[in-house]
Ligand binder design. Structure first.
Ligand code: NDP
Length: 244
């Protein structure tokens, strides 16, 4: 049976690169999408050109039933799930005094509850298989905090607590649960930031460059591989030394 990886939010940016790197490692991949304004067609083409299978289905990670159906369909299609990468995420930045309740809630719903929704539906299959790898994409601001991102930082700090607790619960089942904490990675999410903001961020990075999606995907590749089988409950920073 082929190895299978589910990657959320792989229609562009970091998730897309993770899907391509894992397909290149021999994984068949399952990807959810929401709309059509994305790179889905090119992801599908590239995965298939590598000789791997790709399963695509519309699914909003913040909707539990939608995740349940997505995962059931992945199992029907591929028979097993070896790897789950919780990558889908959004920002709705704003200073706290002006932050609307909807903006706080929607970021928590997608980033944190979405991570619960997918993991909750995948984990029974991993427990049955007595193996599995879960990697969630947190952020340095989930550790350091960041003005203007109370919602986003709370969601990412939540992912870190979630990761450590779940790692303790399922370690005896040979399932590892880890997170990565990227710093500033060049993707559509960060393209929208003003040049002044980017210049200030660059000053904070000892390696003096922004990260690429490949920098994150390669660490995820390591965390789902046999080489990392003794690592669980950890948060690996991928930030050019921004936070030490
Ligand atoms: P992008 O905005 O480029 O991509 C986000 C992806 O998530 C898209 O595929 C998007 O799909 C998907 N997505 C968003 N909301 C939902 C939802 N409700 N249901 C399903 N899919 C959804 O972001 P990045 O690639 O930059 O970020 C990926 C992850 O990395 C995020 O969790 C982000 O928080 C994290 N991160 C990014 C950093 C950076 O500097 N870029 C730094 C630290 C962490 P759609 O096309 O449908 O919108």
């Amino acid at each position: 049976m082929s190895k299978v990886a589910v990657i959320t939010g792989a229609t562009r940016g970091i998730g897309k690169q993770i899907a391509l790197v894992l397909a290149n490692q021999g994984y068949d991949v399952a990807i959810n999408y929401r709309g059509e304004d994305n790179d889905l067609v090119s992801v599908k083409k590239e995965v298939e050109e590598m000789g791997r299978k790709i399963y695509l289905r519309e699914c909003d990670v913040s909707d539990y039933e939608s995740c349940e159906e997505f995962i059931k369909d992945v199992i029907a299609e591929f028979g097993n799930i070896d790897v789950l990468v919780n990558n889908a995420g959004i920002t709705k930045d704003g200073l706290f005094l002006r932050m609307k309740k909807e903006d706080f809630e929607s970021v928590i719903d997608v980033n944190l509850i979405g991570t619960f929704n997918m993991t909750r539906n995948v984990i029974p299959y991993m427990i049955k298989a007595k193996k599995g790898r879960i990697v969630s994409i947190a952020s340095v601001v989930g550790i350091s905090g960041n003005a203007g991102q109370t919602n986003y930082s709370a969601s990412k700090a939540g992912i870190i607590g979630f990761t450590k607790s779940l790692a303790k619960e399922v370690a005896s089942r040979n399932i590892t649960v880890n997170a990565v904490a990227p710093g500033f990675i060049k993707t559509p999410m960060t393209d929208v930031l003003k040049d002044e903001v980017k210049e200030e961020m660059l000053k904070l990075i000892p390696l003096k460059r922004f990260g690429n999606p490949e920098d994150v995907a390669n660490v995820v590749k390591f965390l789902v591989s046999e080489d990392s089988s003794y690592i669980t409950g950890q948060v690996l920073h991928i930030d050019g030394g921004m936070l030490m």
